[in-house]
Design a protein around this ligand. Structure first.
Ligand SMILES: Nc1ncnc2c1ncn2[C@@H]1O[C@H](COP(=O)(O)OP(=O)(O)OP(=O)(O)O)[C@@H](O)[C@H]1O
Length: 374
């Protein structure tokens, strides 16, 4: 183990795997945060949101929705135009207060890992431990490295590590000073898809163990669902909905939210006699008023198919085999565009052409058309 003293290596050995150092998890709150890069370039518009102690909060949203800017405001790298940031109810950024980044007890992990190539892995991790003496910092850095299972590489340089390993070093470096809040900006986007799952699972385990409050930026809804205790979805600088993955998936506040979590088939219609008529049949519109123009959204996964019976007749236009499921494009009488469905492979025979389609009620969502377009 080049670059590591025998004493420290032995220390680690005696401890076995070192559990993640427990931080004093903090509550980080954004209060009515707005931000602009200049006239007509509003990035955030009145965002009020908090990450509770020990919680993993994912900031989710399309490109340009303001996720990174919000994270940078929390870190103190960017200043809001108005609003306040509070750490455990103490204002750290506001109209008359600005605590610099190094005084915030906040750790950062970036998309590109940002390791220093000319420093050993141990020195990279030691970098943030300036408050400790040389030997103490070395020991803490080694402990942090052993938490992510990379103590054997302490004396090596970053280029010898895979992308996933580099990300674990970046995590060790961010957690070594035991920050109250850890901010991660698209931390897995630089990893290939095979690595992503395992590094994400390891990261989550370490976050749980350290009990740090974490805010993770991602544009990937599935990633947010896998990691988050709560998800905050942003659009054009506004918070559109925050809640548990189930809340956002099952009760989306708008068509935008629904479309972010599921692939949808859309139908337009008007409420007549308490229901909307679509090419997939009548949809109950309880809760809406007579004459309302509605968008009916049906999840692609919301269909049962059969060759003998069902609610609606459909003709297969194309089918694509995806392994566990197959993707169908279907012509349905009265539908202007093909209906797309994901169904279990084997549900239909190879020669199936004209089939029956049944829609599961739980996969049908209704939204007011006008409100969504406003
Ligand atoms: N330095 C800058 N100067 C001017 N505009 C900027 C600057 N940085 C970001 N923006 C703009 O601010 C908006 C929000 O950017 P931000 O990076 O916060 O979004 P994001 O949701 O994190 O996007 P992505 O997922 O693409 O990183 C975007 O429209 C972006 O073009």
């Amino acid at each position: 183990m080049p670059g590591v003293s025998r004493l420290n290596a032995q220390d680690l050995h005696q401890h076995g795997r070192v559990p993640a150092g427990v931080t004093f998890a903090a509550r980080l709150a954004f209060e009515n945060i707005s931000h602009s890069f200049g006239p007509g370039a509003d990035t955030l518009r009145g965002v009020t949101l908090s990450a509770e102690p020990g919680e993993v909060l994912c900031l989710l949203g399309p490109s340009g929705s303001g996720k990174t800017t919000l994270l940078r405001i929390a870190a103190g790298i960017e200043s809001q135009t108005s609003g306040r940031v509070l750490l455990n109810d103490r204002e750290i950024a506001g109209p008359s207060v600005f605590l610099p980044p190094e005084k915030r007890s906040i750790g950062l992990v970036f998309q590109d890992f940002a390791l220093f190539p000319h420093m050993t892995i141990l020195d990279n991790v030691r970098f943030g431990l300036t408050a400790l003496s040389g030997e103490e910092a070395r020991k803490e850095a080694l402990i942090a490295l052993s938490r992510v299972g990379l103590e054997d590489y302490a004396g090596s340089y970053p280029h010898v590590l895979s992308g996933g390993e580099q990300q674990r070093v970046a995590l060790a470096r961010a957690l070594a000073p035991r920050p109250a809040v850890l901010l991660m900006d698209e931390p897995f986007s630089g990893l290939d898809s095979r690595l992503k799952d395992s590094v994400r699972a390891e990261t989550l385990a370490i976050l749980r163990e350290s009990r740090a409050t974490a805010i993770v930026v991602t544009h990937d809804a599935e990633e947010a669902m896998r990691m988050a205790d709560r998800i905050a979805l942003l659009r054009d600088g506004r918070l559109v909905q925050a809640g548990r993955a189930e809340d956002l998936y099952l009760n989306p506040a708008s068509l935008f939210v629904a479309g972010f979590f599921s692939e949808l088939n859309l139908f337009e219609g008007r409420v007549i006699g308490g229901a909307v008529e679509t090419s997939l049949g009548r949809v109950d519109a309880t809760g809406f008023s007579e004459g309302d123009d509605l968008t009916v959204a049906v999840r692609m996964t919301g269909f049962d198919v059969s060759e003998t019976a069902g609610d609606t007749q459909a003709r297969i236009l194309s089918r694509r085999y995806l392994g566990v499921v197959e993707l169908l494009e279907l012509a349905v009488p009265g539908a202007e565009t093909p209906v797309r469905a994901r169904v279990r492979c084997g549900a239909l025979s190879a020669r199936a052409k004209d089939i029956w389609l049944s829609t599961r009620k739980s996969d049908v969502l209704l939204f007011e058309t006008q409100r969504e377009n406003a």
